[in-house]
Design a binder for this molecule. Structure first.
Ligand code: SF4
Ligand code: SF4
Length: 179
């Protein structure tokens, strides 16, 4: 069974926000909320400074505190791709998962349930890339099976310098940023 993840090349990202717009359109994200966003961070030490531009979203963590804390089981690890998903019919909007996520990846939808990136599960079940990956004009995002050693994502992680976000939090995020 696949374990899906993402590899994002920060050296190619220009911060155009096409991924953010594509996600909002594809997933009908309500006005004022977002499932993905752009972060600009100065990294390194003077005079070796680099401006890293990152497209961020839920990391579909291997050790997801948002799932472990959910009192109803609405937040769960799905059989398909071991993705962290939310069953909106079961969610009671208690916000425990919002507090548990160190990446601020979730919000409460105006209809009362927790919401976040799904890696466009409806698209990847049809063999398509997530909308953000599909529209990126610099092709800086890659999606695939981290457990397949021959996948593009696995090969990029092996061959390129990379980091994950807040690795010390112990959540084992599944989005890798190439530097
Ligand atoms: Fe949960 Fe946050 Fe990790 Fe997504 S990024 S799986 S919401 S802890
Ligand atoms: Fe679970 Fe919903 Fe509460 Fe989040 S808001 S912890 S998904 S019941």
């Amino acid at each position: 069974m696949a374990r899906f993840g993402m590899v994002i090349d920060t050296t190619r990202c220009v911060g155009c926000m096409d991924c953010v717009v594509a996600c909002k359109t594809e997933n009908e994200v309500p006005q004022g909320y977002c499932r993905d966003w752009i972060v600009e961070e100065a990294r390194g030490a003077f005079p070796d400074l680099q401006l890293e531009i990152r497209s961020e979203r839920c990391n579909h963590c291997d050790n997801p505190p948002c799932v472990w804390c959910c009192p109803t089981g609405a937040s769960h690890v799905s059989d398909f791709g071991k993705l962290v998903q939310i069953d909106k019919e079961v969610c009671i909007g208690c916000k425990a998962c919002l507090a548990a996520c160190p990446y601020d990846a979730r919000y409460i939808h105006p209809d009362g349930y927790a919401d976040k990136c799904t890696f466009c599960e409806h698209r990847i079940k049809d063999g398509l890339d997530p909308a953000c990956v599909a529209v990126c004009p610099t092709h800086c995002m890659h999606f695939g099976d981290l457990d397949d050693p021959d996948s593009e994502v696995s090969r990029l992680i092996l061959s390129r310098r990379h980091h994950t976000l807040l690795a010390a939090a112990g959540t084992k995020p599944r989005i890798y940023f190439l530097t």
